[in-house]
Design a protein around this ligand. Structure first.
Ligand code: ASP
Length: 413
């Protein structure tokens, strides 16, 4: 908010989380009954996503001055995303090979995957299929349908081209750009207001989810039964988020890591409580631009794109999960298969939407690519809601670090 009191808000959020954990952990019934307050917060965030993505992309691209500048900015951004995602996958892979959390012979023969099948719907399950779907969805058939379904990637592409074209129309175009600039400012002002409800919303989401898991007594057995796997994912995520990304932020982005992390605390806790990079996007933009002062010219471009295709945490988790499943079936992956895991996990991170448990769905691609049984997903289903929160937080942190670094590179060259 260009909060005069960011510390006060952070304190309130931490209090909200603590109360949420206590309520959901000890009294799951009450936890479940306050869930609707969290859902309300989530809906309020989601309602901002479409106008924010469209207006920030249009204004962002038009503020580049010359559309030709989009080339270097775009390629730098995508290169950065790919490089950090690749590093994340390799960290995950090294750790899962080192810790070896899977016990051979524990892979399920077959599982009731109706739930998963429903979630997958008509999603592609091969790399070629994923690429095809990605490319096809870049071009929306119907703009409004894309908005209704919050399909962010096609909206980004449309807005980029629309914004670029506006810059070539002289005065007529300038009026439209000013209109979207106003829309953007208005949405950001609404985000500021909404942030005051974040402590309650975040607390309620956590209380509700813990309540759904049956409180502490339901959650601990889930965590313990998959302890080694969950620990591998979490340690790898921590290494990426607390060592690799800060080093990049400090030395390439030239930002103070503690200050950046503090300014992003609301966005990061929201990512954890919503499991959705897209829902968190309004708060990420607020933190990066208004709180930390990264130029809106870069952030308006990098962050919406990042929330859609840059998923460091998800890609890392896909690699760990795939190898864990292989280990559980007693399958040794060859070097070539391991390389395929790295490539497909990176791609699966790109392909996953910024919504809860999207990564679980794209994981089928990784498993299929190396010929692992899809039933293996049954092994990790039970704890996925928790790991989803952890990886989403890292996804959002990765996007924010990306915005700072790209901004630095833009200003020094
Ligand atoms: N929930 C994640 C996100 O929104 C995606 C995933 O890994 O499932 O960033």
């Amino acid at each position: 908010m260009s909060t005069k009191n960011p510390n006060k808000l952070l304190f309130a959020i931490l209090l909200g989380i603590t109360i949420g954990i206590i309520v959901g952990g000890f009294t799951p019934d009450i936890g479940r009954s306050v869930q609707f307050l969290g859902d309300l917060f989530l809906r309020a965030l989601f309602v901002m996503v479409v106008p924010l993505v469209i207006s920030s992309m249009i204004v962002g691209v038009s503020s580049l001055g010359d559309v030709r500048q989009l080339g270097p900015l775009g390629s730098r951004t995508v290169l950065f995303f790919m490089a950090t995602t690749g590093i994340a996958v390799i960290i995950g892979l090294l750790l899962v090979l080192l810790i070896h959390p899977g016990t051979p012979g524990t892979g399920p023969e077959s599982q009731d995957l109706t739930n998963l099948a429903e979630r997958m719907d008509h999603k592609p399950d091969t790399v070629a299929g994923l690429l095809q779907t990605l490319l096809t969805t870049l071009v929306p058939k119907n703009l409004f349908a894309a908005m209704v379904n919050v399909e962010v990637l096609p909206l980004i592409i449309f807005s980029l081209i629309f914004g670029g074209v506006l810059t070539t129309l002289g005065e007529k175009g300038a009026i439209v750009i000013r209109f979207f600039d106003g829309v953007n400012d208005a949405i950001m002002a609404m985000v500021h207001l909404l942030m005051w409800t974040a402590p309650m919303g975040i607390g309620a989401l956590i209380a509700g989810r813990l309540g759904e898991a049956g409180g502490f007594s339901g959650f601990w057995p889930q965590l313990v039964s998959l302890g080694a796997y969950a620990a591998t994912v979490i340690i790898a995520l921590l290494i990426h988020a607390l060592v690799i990304l800060p080093l990049i932020l400090q030395f390439i982005g030239k930002q103070s890591v503690p200050a950046y992390a503090r300014n992003l605390s609301t966005a990061l806790t929201t990512a954890f409580s919503t499991s959705s990079s897209s829902a968190t996007l309004p708060l990420t933009m607020e933190a990066v631009i208004d709180e930390h002062g990264i130029s809106s010219r870069t952030a308006r471009f990098v962050l919406p794109l990042g929330a859609t295709i840059n998923m460091n945490g998800t890609a890392l988790y896909e690699a760990v999960a795939a190898v864990f499943i292989a280990q559980s079936y007693g399958i040794e992956l060859s070097l070539a298969q391991t390389v395929i895991v790295v490539l497909t996990a990176t791609l699966a991170g790109v392909g996953a939407a910024g919504i809860p448990e999207a990564g679980l769905v794209t994981m089928v691609i990784v498993l299929k690519a190396v010929g692992l049984p899809i039933e293996g997903i049954g092994l990790i289903l039970v704890i996925d809601w928790f790991l989803d929160r952890c990886r989403t937080t890292v996804n959002v942190w990765g996007d924010a670090v990306g915005a700072a670094v790209i901004d630095k590179l833009e200003n020094t060259t």
